[in-house]
Design a protein around this ligand. Sequence first.
Ligand code: FUB
Ligand code: ZN
Length: 672
Amino acid sequence: MNATNANPEGAGTEARLPDVEITSAFWRRYIDLVIDKVLPYQWSVLNGEREVDLPPDPGGNPVDAYDKLNHSIRNLRVAAGEEDAPFRGMPFQDSDVYKWLEAVAYALHHRSDPELRRLADGVVDLIARAQREDGYLDTFFQIKEHDRVFKRIQQSHELYVMGHYIEAAVAYWQATGNEKALGVARRMAACIEENFGDGETQIHGADGHPEIELALACLAEATGEERYAAMGRWFLNVRGQDPDFYDEQNRADGWDRDFFAVIRDFPRTYYQAAEPIADQRDADGHAVRVTYLCTGLAHIARLTGDASLAESAERLWDSIVRRRMYITGQIGSTHVGESFTYDYDLPNDTMYGETCASVGMSFFARQMLAMKARGEYGDVLEKELFNGTLAGMSLDGTHFYYVNPLEADPAACKGTPDKGHVLTHRAGWFACACCPANLARLITSIDRYIYTVMADGTILAHQFIASKAVFPSGVRIEQAGDYPWDGVITWRVDNPTDRAVRFGVRIPAWSADSFELHVDGGQARPDVVDGFAYVEVPAGGEGFEVRLDLNMAVRLVRSSNRVREDAGKVAVMRGPLVYCAEECDNAGPLWLYSVSGAAPTEAGYRFEPDLLGGVGVVTKAAMRAQEDPEDGPLYLSAEDRGISELVELRMVPYYTWANRDDGQMTVWLNRS
Ligand code: FUB
Ligand code: ZN
């Protein structure tokens, strides 16, 4: 970076990323699904070509105000002065288009598609026409609230929206060389720089929804311009400095003129603005906000070498991962404010677990890996990729989850407002549609999540995704295997350079006690340092082979007994996958089953190629209590244990749930 205070150690991490072709059958299917189905489907929604039924908004916003025909692209046309219509939709709806554009950018890397490219170029042109002279772009404000620009940033999402455009622009410019896309982002950044800062006439506060910080970090890293990282750092440091900032802005703007009345009176922790970040001990408030903030923290810490930001990122990581995260990687224990609650509070049926929050955790983990070679970051990333995120989309790519519970019952979802935000089948779209395109951009960028190249050139192979990678240094790695179904992963490394390359293979915590590593044909006993086993690939080496055999036995897992909701329960896992029982496989109610703590034998696992796109199914002996008669007493003597029978419980990977008949689902099972 052209920086005086930039951290030369970490600044070039993205530039050292390899060019990757995905060969993994598992991920290839998802990438193709997104390119062939999801992106066209999402475009038809965003462009108002397809009517969508909107389920009740899980975040509590009134849905009646939203049309079945989405106006996202139309809003841009109106802002560009090409159509005359009122603004329609969520105030931050432009960001759905930008996430879609970013997903397209990554898709074009996997497959050349002139038609898609033409469409996306047209969207960039439209965005450029909609942008104001001074670089500002937010159609809600341009069409409807032009005199309130930056006047209520607690709720306005203006920097959130522009941050999403900046991310998309960087990705699109990198994928296609489209300078116009990047130019719009630069002008936006200039507008933000003009309006925010320490100057007397400038705004001295951060957006109520973190996002601009991570976006500026991306822009800084892509362009090599330090001013963007400095701006991102300023936004991180200003947060919480003046806890009254939002109230003062709201008062000046008119106290009751809310964009989102529902969030105005949330505590300041909701926006991570109750105190400076360095003083924030726990991950509190809105879960997606926390993950975006933390991604920015880690990224800007790396770019600027700011140790205090790095410490905050680590502290908040620990708060989430050690005390506030579900076994599937999901976060957000309550729908009230889509938020974290308190340590070890992880209810399974009233939880939130927003898809965006798992996507955000994947971003955060990726940035933490770029700061530090620590296996736990890779473990959590893997947990998110195979569980928390993928559950957000149906196997046919046209239905989505916003909220992802670990336990669901159609009767409960309909019968109590406590669970009204939980759906037992995915929806075609949402009034607040932040999740679908977020997931699309994660899946199409999966090639960026396999390796991290550290400042000293060490290559970390942290995700097991079969692929062919060519690094800027000339190193080539062909990774093979049928993960997550099979636990044998091989890397064939060619190192044509004149320096040995340090190659770190992640040893997942779940297999740390039982794995084998073979290096160039012989079994190796490497030291595992913080979750990575390191080997040296000699200079000039061709076809140097590293092979990892993981323990893929089905295992039963319990939570810390500080988690009240999971006490006396077990979950089933195999490799990175969390399993669940569904009513369509097992007669309900599912709470009548109990299982021993012993893992099933080998016979309890079978790959079924024709089920749910091809999945490994786990079966385990269980006792099933006979359901009491409907007209029987509500309370009975405890000595009357009823009758139980021995049955076989059938379980499928959590990410595939709700793709068949509507019914109950549970991850956690009673332990007998
Ligand atoms: O506020 C913008 C987005 O909408 C958030 O990130 C999501 O949680 C949803 O509330
Ligand atoms: Zn979302």
